[in-house]
Design a protein. Structure first.
Lengths: 364, 364
DNA sequence: TCGAGTTAGTAAATCGTTACACCACTTCCG
DNA sequence: CGGAAGTGGTGTAACGATTTACTAACTCGA
């Protein structure tokens, strides 16, 4: 099992290292079949595996791809990371994992380091509108795939993006609630800075306006503007939102669109703190459709992201040869999200404001 | 930004590449301070970063560590992977992510590939009792840290393990339920094959017997013996268990110890299918204390694993120099788990069997 | 039979870093 | 004052794979 080199294979097959290298790199048309077979046999018998470091030193790049997610601790990103890794194995690649914790500076450092370390491509899950902060490495030829962030007008040409249509998602969520008869629908999110969040909100607004209602009448909650959030924090945002929306003096929503499932789950927890029942007292719809959505009590209505499909697409682009700055024009793939109705959304209960107020009083 | 080499730094500093290399590798005692400062300055000005591939080719190993988890899609492993990556960054390392999907063959292939690709160490989250299947690479000097799998008698000496004391965990879980007054306590798990599962079960049994009860009276559910499980499957196990335990003719438990939180959550979902209330009708305690446990309705009582601490420890061992076969004797760190009481466990309800039976009938 | 073209393969340079042997010069001590 | 030891470096040969240029040995047509 001591490491076997291309030289040893060459000797065993009675050829030069160059010829073995040719086999390794798919240029076996340059030799007679008998030679090729001898080499194949030698490789198999010696259990030869080319040394990655040597290859990279020579060629500049590896088969590794970098995956930068906000935090794998968040079940959505965990599930995505899993699909990416599975797709990577299928493509003969490895995955270097990075948690940006939604810190733009960390993101930048990761991207630069990954690039300098010779990754083949990077799948960057970012919410930042501009890619200027990493334009230097993109210009140098980095094959960048952004995920959960559709292509933006100012993006470098070579950048590929894979995302769902967040506008449609937001629209679907609001429409569902409107159809159930809700007219007081809150939008709950930690921060509206990111492009996908903004798109979800616009979709939400479109549906509201189409229904002849006024968006400005809807309660909205976007606290914690500055707080970075991973897994715990996303839920904490929802929990805080529930407390704020249902203990203040403002009009209370009968339904809520949460920016993602973790926030929705946190919101549910917040309602529980106040003695309110999800589905019965307040309808809630999440976003992402993580595994936990179906497990929750009541099971959470959500907007599903086709995560496996997206991971496969992102991976394909990340390892595609014809990428890099200046070659082909970047693509932007926008997948359609899907409404998954469960039990956290129901028609509004015929009730007066007092009931809720009393329940809240009782819980305090 | 074009790549700058050690040669360029050497020229800029007016020394040889060897001397720069000495600085890079902490041997700056071999030169006068003025030289050292010139080199430092040149490095900073040129923005030099040593080429990883070249280093690895020369030295044989990288700063990268391999992380093999069953599936990052499972929130527990996702949370763990996050902590590992955070610790890795702090230690100047990168993390190569691998999902074994609990497939021993995948595990082996990953470990071998990671080793051949020159990782510095591997953190292997496995449930296999024997490490024979990878003993070849361990003998070659691999710094292996097993997680969630305490050291076993036959393990190679160099192997380090970081885990909680699963026996204590199982004991804590059962004791809690016994103290609440439960006497019919089920143990629910997908498969009892793994060492930590077996330990949890033994702890469970100890507590039962100490209370003067007979373990053989307790219902136990360990279906899906052969099913590999990731995130979805673990929950599915719990759900199936709930159906089996509460629709059959056998005596029904008033409380349940689940092998982990995902299974517990699945069990809760199963109870809901049957119209039973968690906490009220049946008490449930999970294991791991994932973020979702606190978010659930009702919040799930669980046995907490000190995940951050464990990740830090595992990382320290994975990058420790003094490891490898034949050097120091392997360590085995066993941390104490902690009972976190929430609302899914309560004293058993005074009720007759009919109530439950009727509720179940109604749900079908 | 000559020479151009093809076939099948090789030798050598190279990628960036590091370890080892070595060297010139100074200092110190008996 | 001779030589051993110490100081502050440098030159060179790897590490393992790839690529470019090159060369024998054939083939084939005129």
């Amino acid at each position: 099992m001591a490491k076997v080199t291309i030289q040893q294979v060459a000797k065993a097959a009675g050829v030069s290292a160059s010829t073995v290298s040719n086999v390794l790199n798919g240029r076996s048309d340059r030799m007679v079949q008998a030679t090729r077979e001898r080499i194949d046999k030698a490789i198999a018998e010696l259990g030869y595996r080319p040394n990655r470091a040597a290859r990279q030193l020579r060629n500049g790049r590896t088969q590794t791809i970098g995956l930068v997610v906000p935090s794998v601790g968040n079940p959505f990103w965990g599930a995505f990371a899993r699909e990416i890794e599975l797709a990577a194995v299928a493509a003969g690649s490895s995955v270097l994992l990075c948690n940006s914790e939604r810190d733009p500076d960390r993101e930048r450092r990761y991207v630069e380091e990954l690039w300098e370390d010779g990754v083949r491509g990077i799948i960057l899950c970012t919410s930042l509108a501009s890619l200027d902060y990493i334009s230097n490495v993109i210009d140098e030829g980095l094959q960048l795939v952004t995920f959960d962030r559709p292509a933006q007008p100012g993006d470098p040409e070579s950048v590929v993006s894979v995302s769902i249509d967040n506008h449609v998602g937001g629209y679907l969520a609001a429409s569902h609630l409107l159809e159930l008869g809700h007219t007081q629908i809150a939008f709950v999110s930690g921060s509206i800075q990111s492009v996908n969040r903004a798109a979800r909100y616009r979709g939400f607004c479109s549906a509201i306006e189409e229904a002849g209602l006024d968006v400005s009448d809807m309660p909205m909650w976007t606290g914690f503007e500055t707080l970075p959030f991973g897994d715990v924090e996303a839920a904490e945002v929802g929990r805080k939102a529930a407390h704020d929306l249902f203990t203040g003096d403002a009009a209370r929503p009968t339904a809520v669109v949460a920016i993602n499932d973790m926030t929705a789950l946190g919101f549910c927890r917040g309602l529980r703190d106040l003695g309110l029942k999800v589905g019965e007292d307040v309808s809630i719809i999440g976003f992402d459709d993580i595994v936990l959505a179906d497990l929750y009590d009541p099971p959470l209505t959500s907007i599903r992201q086709p995560i496996k499909r997206m991971a496969t697409l992102a991976m394909e682009e990340a390892v595609s040869q014809d990428g890099g700055a200046g070659s082909e024009v970047g693509r932007s793939v926008l997948l359609r999200p899907q409404l998954v109705v469960r039990e956290s959304t129901r028609p509004p209960k015929a009730r007066n404001e007092h009931e809720v107020a009393n329940a809240v009083e009782g819980a305090r």
